[in-house]
Design a binder for this molecule. Structure first.
Ligand SMILES: [Zn+2]
Ligand SMILES: [Zn+2]
Length: 338
């Protein structure tokens, strides 16, 4: 494959500013890295949190994007397992030190010295990207580029959240607050495993509620509504702290309320009795490579289908704006090349 000298990229120069279309030199892969021609890159709520300055110390200037689907077009030294022409996926976790106490105890998602794609290293809102091959995944068969992109964060971190919420194998009724990219994927896993899904959306968002019902949720309503039955577990994908006490109130004894996002508005105080009886609140941070391997093995078996709204690379700001306004059904994805 012939590689030209420059590439187009959408660049965040300063926080709270729109991304700027720029012509940049194509990066060169260092040892252990692969150079990827980017076909598609998913747009995630975390990208909004980075733009808004909710997350500390992003690399600046920065190329956002941590759900990259592309083809390997060059490789540095010491790359194993990926050949030129292979289709690869690049997720949020871009590097870990492998030596800190968290890495050594199988919790690399909590690494003390991590790097994150599209946050502390450049991501995929560009025609090319480099990535450490040890953190890349093979893309399962049966998915187009744009359909595969949301599997890499919405799917993968959603799956980790789901697994932690349903740690009690008997849990049946799952509430999902915030019915966007992650929720539409996790609903399919939950149904496949014989669970019931209760979908909660922004108050009055009938379109999202219909979307949830169409996917097989047994009930859909406003986030401040009480579900018809008590939930065994709740997942929160909306960045709204006020939902935590609401979800606790809807959850039965011993149930878990799991927040899947990286940032949330402040949680209001609440009485102890809604937490009592061994209810649990927990967050989910990042992902391990094991989460990725496991999820990408399961996805084609179900098979998980993703609903995507695509935008050309140049329209990344438009995609982000639609996501911010809750206008995306399923996932927003940049369609960058064939
Ligand atoms: Zn994400
Ligand atoms: Zn570590």
């Amino acid at each position: 494959m012939k590689i030209s000298q420059n590439m187009k990229a959408l660049v965040l120069e300063k926080i709270r500013k729109p991304l700027k279309l720029m012509e940049l030199p194509i990066p060169r892969p260092n040892s252990g890295q692969i150079l990827i021609k980017v076909h598609a890159c998913g747009v995630c709520r975390t990208d909004l949190h980075i733009i808004d300055g909710d997350l500390p110390n992003p690399k600046l200037p920065l190329i956002l994007g941590h759900q990259i689907v592309g083809t390997v077009v060059a490789a540095g030294d010491n790359v194993r397992g990926f050949e030129l022409g292979h289709k690869v996926g690049v997720p949020w976790l871009g590097y870990t030190d492998g030596t800190c106490p968290y890495c050594r105890s199988g919790r690399e998602n909590l690494c003390d010295n991590p790097l994150f794609t599209g946050y502390t290293i450049d991501g995929g809102y560009a025609q090319y990207a480099v990535a450490n091959h040890e953190y890349c995944f093979a893309i399962p068969e049966g998915y187009s580029n744009v359909e595969a992109a949301p599997l890499l964060c919405a799917g993968l971190i959603g799956y980790r959240s789901y697994r932690l919420a349903m740690r009690d194998g008997d849990a049946k009724r799952l509430g999902i607050y915030g019915f966007g990219a992650a929720a539409h994927i996790i609903t399919q896993i939950a149904l496949y495993q014989g669970k019931e899904v209760y979908a909660f959306t922004r108050p009055g968002d009938r379109k999202a509620q219909e979307f949830a019902l169409r996917l097989g949720a047994v009930w859909a309503g406003d986030s401040n509504q009480k579900p018809p039955k008590r939930l065994d577990a709740a997942l929160i994908f909306a960045p709204v702290g006020a939902i935590i006490p609401i979800a606790l109130r809807a959850t039965s004894k011993g149930g878990a309320v799991v927040s899947g996002g990286i940032h949330m508005s402040e949680i209001p105080s609440f009485p102890y009795n809604i937490l009592w009886e061994e209810r649990v609140i927990r967050s989910v941070a990042n992902m391990t490579r094991q989460d990725g391997e496991e999820f990408l093995r399961i996805a084609p078996m179900i098979p998980i289908r993703t609903e995507v709204t695509t935008y050309p690379l140049e329209d990344a700001n438009k995609a982000l704006d639609s996501l911010r306004r809750g206008k995306i059904e399923g996932s927003a994805v940049l369609n960058i090349s064939d």
